[in-house]
Structure formats: C-alpha cells, structure tokens
Design a protein around this ligand. Structure first.
Ligand code: NOJ
Length: 572
C-alpha cells in the first residue's frame, strides 16, 4: 500500500498528503460478512464503535488533559448514545512525542491518564454497561525511550540489537537509502553510540521494530494476551502496512515531481510498505484474538477494495474490521461517488467498517458542511454511515457536530508535523480539540486550561444543550442508533441500491427476512422528490421511521427537504 497517513487539509478540504480473563466469552471461527446470518454473526458485527482520543475526552483531575477516570465518568453518556465499544487511542506510558503513538511500555498506563487500577475500574464499569474496550496497539514502532530500544542502541551486540532495524550508512553522512519518513526528512537516523543508522517510518523518536525477528513477534503477541486477560475485547492496529521493509533496502522510486510540505520528494513507498509478510503477522494476531473472541480493527489505507480484501485474509483469517478509508475520501456530497464506494465495499470479502472522521482527518462537519446547513448535513452523514451494512466507528464529538479548529499561529501548534510543515501542513490539532460537554468554562471538559483550545462553537454545540433540543445533531444520532439497534434489517439486512441514476438523492434498502428499510438521503440544497418504485421487492407501502426537515411520503412519492433524511420501513 502506498497510503499510510492521509491528511485532509482544513484549508483546502482536499487530500494534501496521501502517503500514502476475557470480558466476553470465548468464541470460534468467524464468517464471511456477506454470508452472515443470525446464527453466525459476531458481537462486533452489530456493535457501534466510538473512538476516544483520551487527551481530549474528559479531564477528571483538572490538569487540562483527559484521563481514564474521565472516560469512566462518561460511560452513561456513551451507553445512552448507543455505543457498544470504545476504542481508546494509546493511553500507555509514552514521552508523547506523537501523543501516545510512541509507546515506552505496552503493559501499563501513562500517569497522565491514570494507573492500571484506573484502567481496571474503567473496564469494570464498562462491562457493567455492556460496553467493550478496544485498545490501540502500535505495532510498527516503539518509543525511542522503550527499554527494548534503549538496550538496542547501547551496543552492536546488545540483546535487543536485532529488535530494531540498524544499518550502516552508504558513506559518510549518507543514510542507507533514500527512504523518507512520512513525518518529514530521511527515515534513517544516525546513532553516534554505535555509528549506525536506525529506521523510523514516523518520527525519529518512533524507531521501527524488526518484525523479522521471532522474539519481537513473540513479545508483541504476548502484549495482546496480557490485555485480553485484563478484559480488553480487541485492538485497533496502528499503521499495519508499515511492519516490513525490503531487506535489501532498495531505493523507493519517485512518484511524481515536486516536494511535499516537509520539503521531501514524493516517493512511492514501494519497498517499505505493504510487504506480503504483513499478512503472516496479521494471521498470527488473529489466532490469538480468536482465543478471546476479540476483534481486530485495522488502520488500513488502501488504494482500492481489492487491497482492502487482502486485509480480511484469504480465509477471513486476518482483520475482522479493516477500516475503509476510501469512504472518507469521498469528500463531496455526491450520491454517485458514495454509491460506487458503498457498492464496492459491500461486495468486499468481509464485514464492512465505516468511519467518516478520526484523529488524523479533518472532521466530517467541515469536509461536507457548506457553512450554512452544517447541522442538517451532519445528520445526513450520520444517517448514511449508521444505516449501512457494516460496523460504524464514531469519532468522539461527531455526534454533536464538532468542527475542526486548526491553530492559526505557529506558536500554538502542538502536533509536531504541524510545526514542521507549517503553514502548508498545520498538523492534526484541529480535529483533536476537547470534547464539548456543556456551555460552561472550557466546555465542561476541565476546570484547568485544556491542552488544546476549545472551539468557539462549544456555546451552541455541546452535549448538555443538545440533549435538551430534539432537533439537535446529538438527538438525531441517538434516534438513528436506537432504530439501528431495534431493527434487524438495519443490523443484518442486505444492502440494495435503488434509484441509481439519481444525481441528488442517495437511496437504498436494507432487507432481512422479509423485513425492509428504505433510506433516502437528499445530498443537495434543494427539495427533491423520488419515487419509491421498489421493483422486484414486492413492496406494498412504506411508512416513516425517522426523518429530518419537512420530508414526507405520499403514496410512493417521497419528498425530501434540502439535505433531508427519510428512513422508512416497508412491508410486502
Ligand atoms: C497512525 C495514527 O493514527 C497516527 O495518529 C500516528 O501519528 C501514526 N499512526 C504513527 O503511529
């Protein structure tokens, strides 16, 4: 795979960088998504996942940074929203160079987030509410402060030397090859102690592990067991494409002329990403996960669905939920573009996973919003990814219409890639701002100054105010999720596209054992009518389950408000 981290610039709203004891009882073999029926489906196929960026969710000890006790205090909120599983971005000990994606100890909790006892408390409280916990496993690299790396760099003959990738330079001052870090500069750093270079796909403080070393594999597999035994129900696997590199260190070819925001050439990451050996590791991790009925979610940047299929594994024995980032790249309200992407992923060899935002991507509120109808559009997008056949992952704050708020001054930037790439690349602070709980000071996130500023919109877009407003984005999320939970067609039904030539309205059916739901989404700013000619499905009539704006049905004609949503049930 070429893509690893996708950045969508807040300014241009265009893709600017395409680098590309078990909580629940043990289970058995998994099934291909398309062939799922009620007897063989798995908990994660019906679950609604919710990504929490722990620094920004809820601060219980007033140090301006969120923590595990803070998350625990919001479990009732999450339950009420309709969440079944929370994915917590890395909360392990870390120097925080990449805000936790530089782990210095995989089997502990960073003191800024609490303690292992706080984790156990959170896990216990989550379990009481039937909420699964998914941790973020940074598999490709550790922190340069991890004890493995400290030993590795100490001498050429140290016990952990071969746990990382060390090479001689080509000549004085020359790295071993032309590979470039996705976060800027050469992917090699010379370490003066042993006068060799080590490889880092990300920051120099994130040295790549050598996955060709069986000891690395064993140690990392054991980490997953350790957390499963502590009650974790799965992992989101970080940057899986980058686990292996060509042992011959062949130079990467130039992809296109010019320089990126960091002043580096555009290279095709042919020899340091997506090597076939990745799949052996994923199969191994899956075998361990199966012992615990756990789920593996992948950060899988793929060029197309054929590539996505590889991550499910030939025998559906790799990741259950590789994320389809191609869906996040449909950066326009285009029924045709969504139809195409949905059809492709619906035909994938495993169960689809839908995300519209995360901690690396400009929020959907800004990507799709037109500046005037953003709330309606946020509901439209919610209706889309929460009613498709697959497991949705909600990024915290999407459910209240949080907007991306990038820094305006270089001196305010926290994310190192923003400091390095300024002003072309402003970093990812904008999509990581504190959760907006209320219209009180610091949006109710903390009593101290938050680590990132709270967006101005906290006065209007916050949990407390929206919970009182039936027309809010939050209440809409709750209603769709409630409907989804209660409706077998939405949970398990086939996806059938209808009115496929319509340029303005995206509409489809979900059909399960004679029960069906129609979803119609007006992706335009004008009122639109569509005819519900559900040919071949023997539909007699449809009645409304949920709608926004003045959207209604008369006979078979559906009239949709601008950016309106209509979800109905049809009977035969
Ligand atoms: C992908 C993560 O989502 C991103 O936030 C992080 O910087 C890189 N992997 C490196 O771990």
């Amino acid at each position: 795979m070429e893509a690893l981290v996708m950045r969508i610039s807040a300014k241009s709203l265009a893709v600017t960088m395409l680098i590309c004891s078990v909580a629940w009882t043990a289970g058995s073999a998994q099934t291909a998504g398309n062939k799922m029926d009620s007897k063989s489906d798995r908990w994660w196929q019906h679950a609604v996942f919710y990504e929490i960026y722990p620094r920004s969710f809820a601060d219980s000890n007033d140090d301006g940074v969120g923590d595990l006790r803070g998350i625990a205090s919001k479990l009732d909120y999450l339950k009420d929203l309709g969440v079944d599983a929370i994915w917590i971005s890395p909360c392990f000990p870390s120097p925080q160079v990449d805000f936790g994606y530089d782990v210095s100890d995989y089997e502990n909790i960073d003191s800024m987030y609490g303690t292992l006892a706080d984790f156990d408390f959170l896990a216990g409280e989550a379990k009481k509410r039937g909420i699964h916990i998914i941790l973020d496993f940074v598999v490709n690299h550790t922190s340069d402060q991890h004890k493995w790396f400290l030993d590795s760099k100490s001498s050429r003959t140290s016990a952990h030397r071969d746990w990382y990738i060390w090479r001689d330079g080509k000549g004085p001052g020359q790295p071993p090859n032309n590979w470039v870090s996705v976060f800027g500069g050469s992917a090699w750093k010379l370490d003066p102690t042993t006068n060799q270079y080590y490889y880092h796909f990300f920051y120099p403080e994130q040295p790549d592990l050598n996955w060709r070393n069986p000891a690395v594999r064993d140690a990392m597999f054991d980490v997953t067991r350790w957390w499963y035994e502590r009650g974790v129900s799965g992992f989101r696997l970080d940057a899986v494409d980058t686990l292996f590199e060509d042992p011959n260190l062949t130079d990467n070819p130039i992809d296109r002329p010019g320089k990126n925001a960091f002043g580096d050439p555009f290279l095709k990451n042919q020899y340091n990403t997506k090597l076939p050996e990745v799949h052996d590791v994923l199969r191994g991790l899956r075998e361990v996960a199966n012992e615990y009925n756990a789920v593996l979610i992948g950060e899988t940047w793929t060029a197309d669905v054929a590539e996505l299929n590889q991550y499910y594994g030939k025998a559906n024995d790799e990741l259950q939920l590789p994320m389809d980032f191609l869906f996040t790249m449909v950066n326009q309200l285009s029924p045709a573009a969504f139809r195409k992407q949905i059809a492709e992923v619906d035909a994938a060899s495993g169960w689809p996973t839908f995300v519209i935002s995360n901690h690396d991507i400009v929020r959907s509120y800004d990507r799709y919003g037109d500046g005037r109808h953003n709330d309606q559009i946020a509901k439209l997008m919610a209706a889309l990814y929460l009613t498709l056949r697959g497991s949705p992952i909600i990024y915290y704050g999407e459910e209240i219409g949080m907007k991306t708020t990038p820094p305006t001054r270089l001196e305010d930037v926290q994310d190192p890639i923003g400091r390095k790439g300024w002003p072309q690349e402003k970093g990812r602070d904008g999509e990581r701002t504190p959760m907006q709980w209320s219209d009180t000071q610091n949006a109710g996130f903390s009593n101290a100054k938050p680590w990132l500023p709270v967006p101005e919109t906290y006065k209007t877009h916050n949990v407390a105010s929206e919970a009182k407003d039936p027309a809010s984005v939050l209440e809409f999320y709750k209603r769709v999720l409630k409907l989804r939970r209660a409706n077998e067609a939405l949970l398990k039904g086939r996806y059938v596209a209808i009115n496929e030539a319509d340029a303005n309205v995206l509409s489809y059916l979900r059909i399960y054992q004679g029960r069906g739901v129609v979803v119609a989404l007006n992706m335009s700013g004008k009122r639109r009518k569509i005819s519900l000619e559900l040919k071949g499905n023997g539909v007699v009539s449809a009645h409304r389950l949920l709608a926004t704006g003045q959207s209604s049905i008369e006979g078979k004609v559906l009239s949709l408000a601008p950016y309106g949503v209509w979800i109905g049930e049809f009977s035969k």
